[in-house]
Design a binder for this molecule. Sequence first.
Ligand SMILES: Cc1ncc(COP(=O)(O)O)c(C=O)c1O
Length: 396
Amino acid sequence: MPISRNVALSLGSSSWIRRMSDEGRRLKALLGADKVFDCSLGNPDLEPPRAFREALLSLAADPGRGSHGYMPNAGYDEVRRAVARRASRDQVLEIPPSNIVMSVGAAGALNVLLRTILDPGDEVVGIAPYFPEYPFYAGNYGGVFVPVSARPDFSPDPEAVAAALTPRTACIIINSPNNPTGRVYSRAELGEVAAALEAHARKTGRRPYLVADEPYREIVYGGAAAPSLMQLYPETVVVSSWSKSLSLPGERIGYLAVSPLCAEAAELVSGLAFSTRVLGFVNAPALMQRAVAMVVDEGADVEGYARRGFLLSEGLRAAGYDFPEPQGAFYAFVRAPGGDDVAFVMHLKEHGVIGVPGIGFGYPGYFRLCFCVSESTILGALSAMKDALRSWEGGD
Ligand SMILES: Cc1ncc(COP(=O)(O)O)c(C=O)c1O
């Protein structure tokens, strides 16, 4: 056997997102790019801001010695200072630079964190539907992913969370704005989750970490803002990146921010720096650290995504689809007509539209469409989805 049983098993249950985006690429090659409307992958189609390109140019022109060398595992001090300033603004809480660890995207940050806090058999609670990599990330370190179903409106269900907590619970991951539902959890909803964690800590003496997975924090519609989790629960660790906000997913740059209210923040940060090293990341990419520090106050193009989201929502509703209005991120989570998400996604594919079935997010009966794609892709998808629904209901 050339690979481990564990990886062989994981390949067998490989990501529906990747499977569908591969299918999109295959169909484009076969039928022509203008016949296929690929809404499968959360790969932002908007370009990074001009300030980012300018930052890169000025860094490239800087002959500073040692600027491509190793550094402390947590990242450059001046970069940690800049990120701490920005994260403090986001979380409405003063976060010292010493509580920031630079990472290889939010995915790298999640792995570094789980490597640091999990003992084999420890549990990681997540709200379904969830980002499909969570169970794999937990499994990387012997952890067990415990999904908890959201309420029908896709808000977290505090009673279900309370029921899922055990003495082995190491953390709960909260992802808001949410992939795949587009839901932004309210302060009251998050407060109820925090209260469930507090009650659990009083009962068992173990205080699970609250992991705020926030790569979409800035992408919120209607002038609203995602509430600060650090204000609600002391053992909070924010995990984020510039992948979505500044369209830099290929550059693999992100960070962890440990709440200053966390009782053992210093030990946790030391652990995070150690895990960054021994997972083989060593440190987050040097050039990208310096580049994001220069654009740390740049915002996402929320207007651009709002326009695309509006176009998609209006069209889907007019065509007769049912889904909650996306409040943030760039996804619509649509009820699968007839209830079989895989069958309906395959039917959409026949019409040239590539979505991802809800089963890939631990929540069958729905499917996800990304609207971080061009407006012409959205318009093409809408027209095809109108026909697809008609033929689905007509049975042809
Ligand atoms: C909810 C969520 N968390 C984490 C990530 C990973 O982000 P990054 O590309 O910064 O590693 C993604 C990427 O799609 C995501 O949707």
